[in-house]
Design a protein around this ligand. Structure first.
Ligand SMILES: Nc1ncnc2c1ncn2[C@@H]1O[C@H](COP(=O)(O)OP(=O)(O)OP(=O)(O)O)[C@@H](O)[C@H]1O
Length: 679
């Protein structure tokens, strides 16, 4: 066995660092050579431009592009090597393959690294590395494209190497992962989400490395690592299918810009490029071609929280149900058969009879209704020509163009959508807001009608779609997504973290939309201490949840006589959180008005207010709403205004649950006068 002792490991680390340094220098030489050559080539081309013919120019440009590409790859390679220099590997397994007489050590790092003679570091995504996550000492196996490789794991080690120095090394213990995991979880939070390659758990690894599922639905409790796993899964797929998928072919549908920013460094940390990302509202705008003004999802949630109106809530609930989607589908089929004026068209002395027109309309049944008319127009032209034996003049053509769409009783998608409510006998279920603005609950049904009746080009360039916070999207939104994105999907969320319980989906409902999906449930919660998890469980009990055995202070619930005293207490938290060794403090209010009020009261340059307009996550002290805090986490969380008046509805309870589950190490709830029944 090589590198048996810790001393030998430390010496080996120095050898590897040396080799990395050498590789970095070589890449630097490559980059330098390419940039010199590139400059010379460009100069040459510029000087000889006049004497070059088209073919020469194209050849020169191609050569320059090739050179630039290779130069860029060398720069990327250098970046990876520099990173490896800081922390070359985090794990090792020694594997004795069946039929061989000597085991070989497999050092595992973020990227692979080889010298002329051997593979020195294996990428964590390589087939052989999967054994590091899947097995303890003893029998083990991994699959390669060529088949299954079995053998025995004779050694397993984990290392923490930072800035080139080995901080610790843990060996062979059965709970090796637990020890390192505990250390990782007890640390103060970073500004952004971090990678978890060194401590991926077995069940998480199975999700990350699943290559076959066309749709993967991950339902996991708060803090179970759903988002982390989904991002690592993308890194894995980019590695595994590198010839087929690039970063630009993936799309993340994220709940907001702050969240997008929060997760934005995980993939670059894993050596991958940034992934395109889009919010549902943004997608809606694109799909409606910016033609309609609409309420956003945030505005809908605030309306429910701030001035709940029974009829408004009824409309939301109705449109969120899978039954609504079925009714809409039935109506669209009904349109086909019952919304045509059975009339003939008279042009150029010819009568085009209704049966002919009807037959043509039906012939294009695969084409969305509004897209059929141009086809039918052409057929009518043809019909008239055959009767008159002459071409139609402009005026006659215009008449046909006008007459054909009129055979359909409705002229546009919006009219169809309004008609639907009359058809089902519930016209009160459709209300426009002030200024001809659509309610959010109508946005995706309208888009769905557009797709069915006008057709929208599918997003075929997207090869993998990632949807986070799946519980916040309704059946109709999934119907839209499944029609737009034919690619593989990873969909994740937690049914307990609905920001608007009137407009939410359970994992089961989503499964119904994607019957081909693999559903994975994650019950172990990593984010919070056992005390915080136990506290949150009292809000929404999940008997299956498995908390981490990590301890901290019991969450505090502090009462005050006045708001002023409560604000004063928050100031004390702000003054003290750093002393406790924390890096982030989240003050999570229920509504945006309450968050804004607090921000004004606190008047501190060190406090950031996160709103729906924010585009970046801030380190330090952040005031925000429960809705916006989704997916984020803080070392310490303070939830203000948890009074009986402020937290008393089902939606309020959901918000409180989301707020409390953001805390990693410390949680405090504050109220004035009477505390909420939920605590
Ligand atoms: N295997 C792991 N090793 C180390 N840390 C982990 C692991 N799994 C999860 N975590 C940590 O747990 C925390 C929660 O992870 P993440 O935000 O991905 O969970 P989530 O299920 O998306 O949470 P939520 O739904 O509550 O927003 C993060 O700090 C993450 O780094």
């Amino acid at each position: 066995m090589i590198n048996r002792t810790e001393q030998e490991e430390r010496e080996y680390l120095e050898v590897i660092k040396e080799k990395l340094l050498y590789a970095i220098r070589r890449t630097e030489d490559t980059v330098r050579n390419y940039s010199t050559e590139l400059r010379q080539n460009k100069e040459y081309m510029y000087e000889h431009q006049s004497g070059m013919d088209e073919a020469d120019m194209v050849a020169s440009e191609q050569s320059i592009n090739r050179m630039a590409f290779t130069g860029e790859s060398a720069v990327a390679r250098k970046r990876k090597l520099l990173k490896l220099g800081q922390s070359p590997y985090f794990g090792r397994i020694d594997f004795l393959q069946e039929g061989k007489d000597q085991e070989s050590p497999v050092y595992i790092g973020i990227y692979s690294f080889a010298d002329e003679r051997a593979n020195l570091i294996y990428d964590w995504r390589a087939p052989v590395s999967s054994m590091f996550y899947d097995f303890e000492l003893g029998p083990g196996w991994y699959t390669t494209p060529g088949g299954k490789v079995s053998g025995e794991i004779t050694l397993k080690r984990q290392y923490k190497i930072r800035e080139g120095q080995m901080e610790f090394m843990i060996e062979n213990a059965v709970n090796i992962h637990d020890d390192v995991l505990q250390r990782e979880l007890s640390k103060a939070s970073d500004e952004k989400m971090k990678n978890i390659v060194a401590t991926i758990q077995r069940d998480q690894n199975a999700v990350i490395r699943n290559e076959t599922a066309p749709v993967m639905i991950i339902q996991g409790v708060a803090g179970s690592g759903k988002t982390s796993i989904a991002l690592h899964r993308i890194a894995f797929l980019l590695y595994r299918f590198r010839d087929e998928i690039a970063a630009k072919d993936i799309l993340i549908i994220s709940p907001n810009k702050v969240f997008a920013d929060y997760i934005s460094n995980v993939l670059p940390e894993l050596g991958e490029e940034q992934i395109p990302e889009m919010g549902m509202d943004e997608l809606a705008d694109v799909l409606l071609e910016n033609k309609y003004r609409f309420q956003t999802f945030f505005e809908q949630v605030y309306a429910v929280l701030e001035k709940p109106d029974a009829a408004f809530i009824e409309r939301i609930k109705f449109k969120a149900s899978p039954e609504f989607l079925s009714q809409l589908n039935r109506f669209i089929i009904h349109l086909e058969n019952h919304y045509f004026n059975e009339t003939e068209i008279r042009v150029a002395g010819v009568v085009v009879p209704w049966p002919f027109i009807q037959e043509r309309v039906k012939a294009y049944h695969r084409v969305p209704i509004f897209k059929r008319f141009p086809e039918v127009v052409k057929d009518v032209f043809q019909h008239i020509r055959s009767q008159t034996n002459r071409k139609l003049n402009g005026q006659e053509k215009a008449k046909v163009w006008e007459a054909v769409p009129r055979i359909f009783k409705l002229t546009n998608v919006m009219e169809v959508y309004r008609e639907f409510y009359k058809f089902i006998g519930k016209p009160e279920m459709f209300r426009m807001m002030h200024g001809e603005m659509l309610e959010y609950a109508d946005v995706f049904p309208l888009i769905y009608c557009r797709i069915r009746l006008e057709g929208i080009p599918a997003y075929d360039h997207v090869k993998h779609l990632l949807v986070d916070e799946m519980q916040d999207y309704t059946a109709i939104q999934y119907a839209v997504l499944s029609r737009l994105f034919k690619c593989r999907k990873t969909i994740l969320g937690d049914a307990s973290q609905q920001v608007n319980p009137y407009s939410a989906s359970s994992a089961e409902a989503i499964e119904r939309v994607f019957p081909q999906g693999d559903v994975v449930k994650l019950f172990r919660s990593y984010r919070s201490t056992l005390e915080i998890t136990a506290f949150a469980q009292r809000l929404f009990a999940n008997p299956d949840l498995i908390p981490m055995e990590r301890h901290g202070d019991v969450p505090q619930v502090n009462g005050f006589e006045s708001n002023a005293e409560e604000v004063e207490a928050i100031k004390q938290h702000i003054a003290a959180y750093k002393e406790a060794g924390y890096q982030s403090l989240g003050i999570i209010a229920k509504t945006r008005d309450q968050a804004a009020y607090l921000y004004k009261e606190l008047k501190s340059p060190h406090v950031h207010l996160l709103t729906t307009d924010s585009t970046a996550f801030h380190e330090g002290v952040v005031i925000t709403t429960a809705h916006l805090s989704k997916g984020l986490e803080f070392d310490e969380v303070v939830v203000p205004f948890v009074s009986a008046r402020n937290y008393n509805t089902t939606v309020d309870k959901s918000m409180l649950y989301i707020a409390c589950t953001r805390a990693m190490h410390k949680l405090t709830l504050l109220y004035t006068q009477e505390r909420s029944i939920f605590i």
